[in-house]
Design a protein around this ligand. Sequence first.
Ligand SMILES: [Zn+2]
Length: 330
Amino acid sequence: MSQPQSSQAPDTQHPDTQHPDSQPLLALTPGNFLFPGAVNTLVLAGESGQALIVDTGLDESHARKLLRAMQQSGLTPAAILNTHSHADHHGGNALILKRFPGVNIYAPPTEAAIIRYPLLEPLYLYGALPPRELRSKFLLAPASPAQPLDAGTHTLGGVSVQLTDVPGHAVQMFAVRRGGLLYVADALFGPEALAKHPLTFCVDSAAQKASAAGLLTLAGLGLDGAELNRIGLTVPGHGDPTTDLRALVQVNLDSLERTTAAVLNACEQGAASTDELLARVCEGMGVQMGNAGAVVLNRSVVAAHLSELLAAGRVVLSIESNRLLFGLPD
Ligand SMILES: [Zn+2]
């Protein structure tokens, strides 16, 4: 996650001058645009300049720049689709809704509930009422009235999209397909993001792996398939667009398996609590956590992989001296 950039620039500008924050939409395929950022936003254009916005970024700053870029391309927001409820994917909703009150917001059902009641995000990460340190904009976005939507083919804001469930990174999440363009949200991370955050966030590591592998099936492919033409361009939530979906899936599966192995290795050093296992995993992977948010996020990752290992019978839990411990079976 990137730190917010403050802007002294006013919102209004002389039409002949370039705004200092100006950043244009990038055309991906006809009618489909990318507004790149720490979190990528997709802008899918329909008829008459109406557009569906897919994910709105971390905050007002991202949304303000997005709206400016859309205006410069002659596009007006008609609907918002949030692929999942993490704050960096819906933090821009509030500003867009303030400027365009008629815009409908959609999200998978559990995610819509969190977007409506965003305190749920730091609450589930911490496990109780979150302290001030866990209420930054990175974990707590402004509330917005998201409506629950199931997977399938939908017309949102006049734009037809195919939504596929890709759970694991969040309880629910959508991959969004329009023609040959596939936005996988955080089901897959770009290689740079994986290198920067080796403990890839997930709440269900087994589902995250299945969703990643399933994206090749979605494209009409098996892992051994040879044809990748049906999906011409894949865009991850964090990272650059790629024409090589297979390679993106493989680098993500490798990263997830490395984390499972690291958690198992930590258990092999002796039964320990989640926090102790987290410290062992971080030491092994060279991860240094500097704030409370990083600790609770990475703690969830370790807990997710522990759940996968528990379900497979490779790890057992016990309670000793009032501590919940995870270790190898006898
Ligand atoms: Zn996310």
